[in-house]
Design a protein around this ligand. Structure first.
Ligand code: G6P
Length: 364
């Protein structure tokens, strides 16, 4: 690839660093303050059709699948439409029930991932309506979909996705807000979310400004053979994506669990050599998350928390700026991109091209 690295040593670092501008781009020209909503020109879904949607099914692979999981939560929270995300590769093979009142959303950075494309083609053949949430303009999935929205992350070269993940989640927040304001989201809540979205670029810059601190923390945990990532509800897909990022670039084994499931098995793994990264937003699950950290401490587990305030139960906390509860997941994953990056750097990994992986998988 010939894109300029702009003074960064790796594309991953460049792309992480570009996120404030990238988010600014996905928001630009779309916010309508008069009606506290957003315009997404390419959806091809009028208000009547939007009101008729009974369910939303989001399909993607890898990081895009995780972005879709946060997207499904945003849609449920803001638009009150039942929504869930599933790996496109699995969906395609289980002869899914294709329902005319379900809106399907295909998510892909490249727009070329074969499993996603094949799922879209199968859905269309069965008469379903499919939207694309895609980064690469004019790509196969964008062309195949009935409409959709571009995430405007700009070119992403590093095999592992960072800025496109963040922008995809923001694009889902826009879609959720748009659908919400056609349905039951109040003007006041619409405005609250818009104000929150507008705060994101500055808050992202604030997180990126703590890189030295995150680098020190990465060195602190780099001896781990394996790491556990936990979160609940909004924090869980953040934990999953952070765990994937660490695996992909550092090759350290990591797994993600809902904090609530720890006691049903994975607690058996906790010991000093298996540290935990806990996603602890300041929301109604804060006390539950604190209790989970207490359980881990009682088993001599080390804890790195990503939270809105210093967590006493944790050994270390990365404090991130607070936004609206619904938008918190967008920010909480960003320090963990830097955490994965610095862990991999310290281990001398080939960061932009991890072994065995490809930027886009265009075969089955
Ligand atoms: C590959 C990449 C992942 C990516 C996934 C989906 O496996 O290594 O980083 O998340 O494909 O790619 P897409 O372009 O569809 O988002």
């Amino acid at each position: 690839e010939s894109y300029d690295m702009g003074g960064h040593d790796t594309y991953m670092h460049k792309e992480i660093s570009e996120q404030a501008d990238a988010v600014d781009r996905v928001l630009r020209g779309r916010i309508d303050d008069r009606f506290s909503t957003v315009h997404l020109g390419g959806l091809n879904l009028d208000a009547r059709e939007a009101r008729g949607v009974r369910r939303i099914k989001i399909l993607g692979c890898g990081t895009s699948y995780h972005a879709g999981q946060i997207g499904a939560q945003l849609i449920e929270e803001l638009a009150r439409i039942p929504a869930d995300a599933e790996p496109a590769s699995e969906f395609r093979y289980r002869n899914p029930v294709v329902d005319p009142d379900t809106l399907y959303v295909a998510v892909s950075q490249s727009g070329e991932t074969y499993d996603v494309l094949a799922a879209v083609q199968e859905l269309k053949r069965k008469g379903a309506r499919v939207l694309g949430v895609v980064n690469v303009v004019g790509s196969a999935i964008a062309r195949e979909a009935d409409g959709g929205t571009y995430v405007h992350a700009g070119p992403e070269v590093c095999v592992v996705s960072t800025k496109c993940f963040t922008n995809t989640v923001v694009a889902f927040a826009l879609l959720a807000l748009h659908l919400g304001r056609i349905r039951d989201l109040s003007v006041a809540d619409g405005k609250r979310i818009i104000d929150g979205l507008r705060r994101l670029p500055e808050q992202i810059s604030e997180i990126l400004g703590r890189e030295d601190e995150i680098k020190r923390l990465a060195a602190e945990y780099a001896d781990a053979k394996s790491m556990m990532f936990i979160g609940r509800v909004r924090g869980y897909p953040v934990a999953r994506e952070a765990s994937l990022k660490l695996k992909e670039v550092s090759y350290i084994h990591a797994e993600a669990y809902p904090a609530s499931e720890l006691k049903h098995g994975p607690l058996a793994l906790i010991e000093p050599a298996m540290p935990t990264v806990a996603i602890v937003p300041d929301d109604d699950l804060l006390e539950k998350n604190r209790a989970a950290m207490e359980e881990i401490k009682a088993r001599s587990g080390r804890i790195l928390a990503v939270a809105h305030q210093v967590q006493e139960k944790a050994d270390h906390t990365i404090v991130v700026p607070k936004n609206e509860n619904e938008l918190d997941p967008i920010l909480m994953g960003i320090p963990l991109q830097l955490f994965a990056y610095h862990t991999a750097l310290a281990m001398g990994r080939d960061i932009d091209k991890p072994r065995n992986l490809a930027k886009s998988v265009t075969v089955e």
